[in-house]
Design a protein around this ligand. Structure first.
Ligand SMILES: Cc1ncc(COP(=O)(O)O)c(C=O)c1O
Length: 399
């Protein structure tokens, strides 16, 4: 057996704590470790393995594309990139797209676009209003846009031009708006922040304010996009159209692919403004095109809504029965269970030992973001493990 703990201690940068699991194989909602132990993966990336592990559509696309053309510079055209661009634009409210490799890169591109729009169309406005408790990525600019102080503190001085307001508070955005405000940049549901769902009318009010003030509305749909909450994109659920949207995670189903999309009126880049070596290469965009087609052709969002109802029912029953559960929240297949006290890690470790992979998204909460293709049987199985673990922790007997 590989001594992964020893190798990590010897060779790696110390950037985060890993779960004690060396994954060697994945299929659908399941992964296996070196000893052959099977786990249900309700973490999936997080929220990245949209079609499950090694879905045949993805494997076939990778093999076929690798044999034809893996990479070609963005100075040339490629068929997969053209196909994915057409799919995204024809199935969204946007007019133009640019491909990247990670969520952070897509967000960087979106913010550059907004800054240029401000320079050209709004008297040099540059300030971006973001939400407290947000997460947008790990570059210097995006830790600044994110709402978590401990991600920023070691890296000052940080880029200028970011203002933070409480999430789900339109008046706070109004008060923070100045002549310099160029955009409001938010996740439709805060993911890393602990699955925080705003009021249904929050974004409608925000959209109205942005229209009134000539401010761009940018949605970071890196986690919520591509079917995750039971709509192709979360903006559809809220009944608003942002000016710019970013995608990542699920669009690649496990390969590094992301994108930012914009309406024509703010797609102000001109040649030389932006670029990427790998962004949009044939290998990853071929997979992205297969993933997006699969989601559309099989009406995955509608299936996610149905599965989400099952999750919601089961989680609410936990809240009713166990004193250590204080809140459950989410939509579609994006959920969190919040506990009384910081027991998230204990619950996650106990679940792992019992064969269920979760993530303690906050010290006091675990997150459930299984593949969109998870079966109802697997959901029942995984949620039964979670229930058992929570009951044991609470000292309550289950049948
Ligand atoms: C909403 C959101 N935006 C951006 C990111 C950053 O994505 P990446 O890690 O691919 O850079 C994440 C990652 O968790 C995210 O949840």
């Amino acid at each position: 057996m590989t001594d992964h703990r020893e190798k990590e201690a010897k060779y790696f940068m110390r950037t985060g704590r890993r779960m004690d699991l060396l994954a060697v194989r994945g299929q659908g909602t399941k992964i296996w470790d070196e000893a052959g132990k099977e786990y249900l993966d309700f973490f999936g990336g997080p929220a990245t393995i949209s079609l499950g592990h090694s879905h045949p559509v993805i494997v076939d696309a990778l093999v076929d594309q690798a044999q034809q053309l893996i990479h070609v510079s963005n100075q040339f055209y490629s068929l997969p990139q053209l196909r994915l661009a057409e799919l995204l634009i024809e199935h969204s409210c946007f007019d133009r797209v640019y491909f990247q490799n990670s969520g952070a890169e897509a967000n960087e591109g979106a913010l550059k676009l907004a800054r240029k729009w401000g320079k050209e169309k709004k008297n040099g406005a540059f300030e971006i209003i973001c939400a407290e408790n947000a997460f947008h990525g790990r570059t210097l600019q995006l830790i600044t846009a994110s709402g978590t102080e401990r991600y920023k503190a070691p890296f000052t001085p940080l880029p200028e031009g970011f203002v933070h307001v409480p999430f789900n508070d339109v008046d706070a955005v109004k008060q923070a708006t100045t002549a310099n405000t160029v955009a409001v940049f938010m996740e439709p549901i805060q993911g890393e922040g602990g699955i925080i769902v705003p009021d249904d009318d929050y974004f409608k009010k925000l959209r109205a304010w942005c229209d009134e003030q000539n401010i761009l509305l940018i949605f970071d749909e890196v986690q919520t996009g591509c079917g995750r909450i039971g709509r192709m994109f979360a903006y559809e659920y809220y009944g608003v159209e942002p000016d710019i949207m970013t995608l990542g995670k699920g669009i690649g189903g496990g390969v590094p692919l992301s994108a930012f999309l914009a309406k024509e009126h703010c797609a102000v880049f001109t040649p030389g403004d932006h670029g990427s070596t790998y962004g949009g290469e044939p290998l990853t965009t071929r997979v992205g095109a297969e993933v997006v087609s699969y989601i559309i052709d099989n009406d995955i969002p509608q299936q996610v809504t149905k599965k989400g109802e099952l999750v919601e029912r089961r989680l609410h029953s936990l809240q009713d029965r166990f004193p250590n559960v204080v809140q459950v929240r989410g939509k579609g297949l994006m959920w969190a269970v919040e506990f009384k006290g910081d027991i998230g890690e204990r619950i996650t470790n106990a679940a792992l030992a019992a064969g269920l992979i979760l993530n303690n998204v906050r010290p006091n909460a675990v997150r459930i973001v299984p593949p969109l293709t998870v079966t109802e049987e697997e959901l029942e199985q995984g949620l039964a493990i979670l229930e058992h673990v929570i009951a044991e922790d609470a000292g309550v007997a289950t049948k």
